[in-house]
Design a binder for this molecule. Sequence first.
Ligand code: ES4
Ligand code: ZN
Length: 319
Amino acid sequence: MPIPKAELHLHIEGTLEPELAFALAARNGVELPYADTGALREAYRFEDLQSFLNLYYELMAVLRTERDFDDLADAYLARAAVQGVRHAEIFFDPQAHMARGVGMGTVVEGLWRALGRSEETHGVSTRLIMCFLRDESAESALATLDAAKPYLDRITGVGLDSAEVGHPPAKFREVYEAAAALGLRRVAHAGEEGPPEYIREALDVLGVERIDHGLRCMEDPGLVERLVRERVPLTLCPLSNVRLRTVDVLADHPLPAMLDAGLMCTVNSDDPAYFGGYAGDNFDAVRESLGLTPAHLRTLARNSFLAAFLSDDEPRRAR
Ligand code: ES4
Ligand code: ZN
């Protein structure tokens, strides 16, 4: 029996397995530039975050209807449940869909069809977190927040993803202020490829409650001390870090050092269809490659529930 856990860093578009991508392409009359699922899997060799993002955005072309988003989310929830996930906080990227003429309503209502029945069908509770693409403008992010206003009963929080370097968190100060005023919880990717300074900025300027990745905090002892003191959860994604070459091999991953430093680490899957595994696979991989003890694994699982947005109370870590 896999250990019960919450998944806090999961891009729903990154759960699009090659088989489903081809099935949706056929259903929607979309042509994919790959002969078959085998040829597509061959393309899953990434140099860095950007080389992955190029494929991630390309494959999204097959997602067009509410039913597509329902099928995508339902397939993820079924796989997550088998791996011990009891609660999933799911990122989605509306700008990537709206740019293709797929409306906010199609995305949210489609995802909600699967999420709304997930506790019953899969035993997994869920939250939705809407991400802004940081390589798009702040104005575009504000327009996206505006487009989400009819759906705020279904959206728990906002996040920030896509190409990190050159797009510091402070660019989104205004949109995060507006999101907070709407009662939305706040997270942001920071310190995946970007410098430790981006982690500080996400906390100080955007008022985030969790940092997605946060790996590069380890370069800045003062920042580590602060993250420990303030018990800021970090949503780490070990298999993602290997596939995107943030770490060379899993055995070099700083997770053990981060746990020893007292950081509130969680283990997550990021884009499991692309990075070689779902949440349970990430737990198995760090246990095997990093020699984590059963006590470490219990800490990681407990942290995942502590860091989850499970209560609708005021943010735990107010600005
Ligand atoms: C992402 Cl691994 C990663 N980093 C930043 N943005 C993303 N969107 C989907 N996966
Ligand atoms: Zn991510």
